[in-house]
Design a protein around this ligand. Structure first.
Ligand code: NDP
Ligand code: GDR
Length: 370
C-alpha cells in the first residue's frame, strides 16, 4: 500500500486530494495545525477512528514553520509521495503578513525537500509542490505555459517563486523526483470564503434568500482562468505518477472577468444583473428576476466596489495553456466554468436555506464576516 503525506489537508485541495487518494487505496497522512477551534470541517467525512483496525487515514499536528516537526513526521511516516499544499494562500493577506507568508510558502518547501534529503529518502519519496499561476503576475505573454517568464506581483507570489525554484534545484542537484504543478485558480463549494468566487456565490445566495442587501467587491476588471478543484487534484496525482519528473501547467484555457462571474452566479438563481459606472463608483443592479422562489426588487443595487479589496499590485490577466498536461498526462477536466458556478451556487443556496431555518427558529446562524 502506498503512503501519501499531505500538508494543507484541511484546506480545499487537501480535502479533495485526500478523498481521491483514499479511493485509490493509499494510506493517507495529513498535517493539521493546532487551532483554538476545530479546523477539520472539510475532512470530517473522511475521519476514521484511530482505535479501529486497518485505518488508512491519519492526522498529525504540525506546521511548515517547524523544521523539527517536518523532519520527524517524514521520518515516522516514510511516505512514497508528499503533496505540499500547505500555505498562507491568500494573495491580499500576503501584503499584510509578508514575512510569515515567506516562512510558510517559501521556506516551508525547503524544509520538506531538505528533510527528504537528510533522511536518505531521495530514491523513495516523490514530492509535489503546489506552484501557482500567480508566478506569471505582470503579464509577459498569453496564454501562459511552462516556458512563459515569471514576474511575481505579491509577497505570496514571490514566496511561491522561491518554492518553485528550490524544487527545480533539488531535482537537478540531488536527482530527486520533485515537481511543480503550476495550477491556475481552481474553486469549488469547499473554497475558502474570502476568495472572490466563494465570496460571490455565498453573497448571491444570501441576497436571493433575503439575508443580505449587497456584496462589496474589489477589482471587477481582473480576469482569471477558473477550473474546478476536483479536476485539479486529479492532475496533482497524475503529475507524481510519471516516469520522469517534470513541471506542468494546469488550467482550462479560458479566462473570464470577475464581473462576468458575478453575473453568472446571479443568473443561476434567475436574477439578471447589469453594471453601471466605472472604477470605484461601479455598481451592479437587478434588471430582471425570473425565479418566483428568489424575488429581488428590480433596480436594487446588489454589488458595490470597495477599494479596501484592491491590492497594492494586481495581477490583471491569467490565461493558461494546458496543452502539455492534456497531451502527456492525458488530463481531462470534467467541469467547465458554467458547471463550476452551478455546483458552487447549488451548495451555497442549500447552505443558506439551512441557515435561514435556524435563524427563523431563533438559533445562532453562520457568521457573515468577509
Ligand atoms: P487553502 O487556503 O484552502 O488551504 C491551505 C492549507 O494550508 C490549509 O490546510 C491550511 O491550514 C494550511 N496551512 C496554512 N499555513 C500553514 C502552516 N504554517 N503550516 C502548515 N499548514 C499550513 O488553499 P487551497 O487548498 O486552495 O490551495 C492549496 C495549495 O495550492 C496552496 O499552497 C495554494 O497556495 C496553492 N494554489 C492554490 C490555487 C487555487 O486556486 N486554489 C492555485 C494555485 C496554487 P488551516 O486549515 O489550519 O488554515
Ligand atoms: P487570487 O484569488 O488572488 O487569484 O489567488 P482571489 O479569488 O483572491 O482573487 C481573484 C481576483 O479577484 C479580484 N477581486 C477580489 N478578490 C477577493 N479575494 N475579494 C474581493 O472582494 C475581490 N474583488 C475582486 C482580486 O483582486 C483578483 O484579481 C488565488 C489563491 O487561491 C492563490 O493561493 C492561488 O495561487 C491563485 O488563486 C492561483
Amino acid at each position: 500500500m502506498k503512503k501519501a503525506l499531505i500538508t494543507g489537508i484541511t484546506g480545499q485541495d487537501g480535502a479533495y486530494l485526500a478523498e481521491l487518494l483514499l479511493k485509490k487505496g493509499y494510506e493517507v497522512h495529513g498535517v493539521k495545525r493546532r487551532s483554538s477551534l476545530i479546523n477539520t470541517e472539510r475532512i470530517d467525512h473522511l475521519y476514521q477512528d484511530p482505535h479501529d483496525q486497518n485505518v488508512r487515514f491519519h492526522l498529525h499536528y504540525g506546521d511548515l514553520t517547524d523544521s523539527t516537526n517536518v523532519i520527524r513526521l517524514i521520518q515516522e511516516i516514510q511516505p512514497d509521495e508528499i503533496y505540499n499544499l500547505g500555505a498562507q494562500s491568500h494573495v491580499r493577506v500576503s501584503f499584510d503578513e509578508p514575512e510569515y507568508t515567506a516562512q510558510v510558502d517559501g521556506l516551508g518547501t525547503l524544509r520538506i525537500l531538505e528533510a527528504v534529503r537528510l533522511l536518505g529518502l531521495t530514491e523513495k519519496t516523490r514530492i509535489y509542490q503546489a506552484s501557482t499561476s500567480e508566478l506569471y503576475g505582470l503579464v509577459q505573454a498569453v496564454p501562459q505555459s511552462e516556458t512563459t517568464p515569471f514576474y511575481p506581483r505579491s509577497p505570496y507570489a514571490v514566496a511561491k517563486m522561491y518554492a518553485y525554484w528550490i524544487t527545480v534545484n533539488y531535482r537537478e542537484a540531488y536527482n530527486m523526483y520533485a515537481v511543480n504543478g503550476i495550477l491556475f485558480n481552481h474553486e469549488s463549494p469547499l473554497r475558502g470564503e474570502t476568495f472572490v468566487t466563494r465570496k460571490i456565490t455565498r453573497g448571491v445566495a444570501r441576497i436571493a434568500l433575503g439575508l443580505l442587501d449587497k456584496i462589496y467587491l474589489g477589482n471587477l476588471d481582473s480576469q482569471r482562468d477558473w477550473g474546478h478543484a476536483k479536476d485539479y487534484v486529479e492532475a496533482m496525482y497524475l503529475i507524481l505518477q510519471q516516469e520522469t519528473p517534470e513541471d506542468y501547467v494546469i488550467a482550462t484555457g479560458i479566462t473570464t472577468h470577475v464581473r462576468d462571474f458575478v453575473k453568472m452566479a446571479f443568473a443561476e438563481v434567475g436574477i439578471t444583473v447589469a453594471f453601471k459606472g466605472e472604477g470605484v463608483s461601479e455598481v451592479g443592479y437587478v434588471t430582471a428576476c425570473s425565479n418566483p422562489e428568489f424575488q429581488v426588487e428590480i433596480g436594487k443595487e446588489v454589488v458595490a466596489v470597495d477599494p479596501r479589496y484592491f491590492r497594492p499590485t494586481e495581477v490583471d490577466l491569467l490565461l493558461g495553456d494546458p496543452t502539455k498536461a492534456k497531451t502527456k498526462l492525458n488530463w481531462q477536466p470534467k467541469y467547465d466554468l458554467p458547471a463550476l458556478v452551478k455546483d458552487m451556487m447549488a451548495a451555497d443556496v442549500d447552505l443558506f436555506k439551512k441557515d435561514l431555518h435556524l435563524n427563523k427558529g431563533g438559533f445562532r446562524t453562520l457568521n457573515y464576516f468577509e
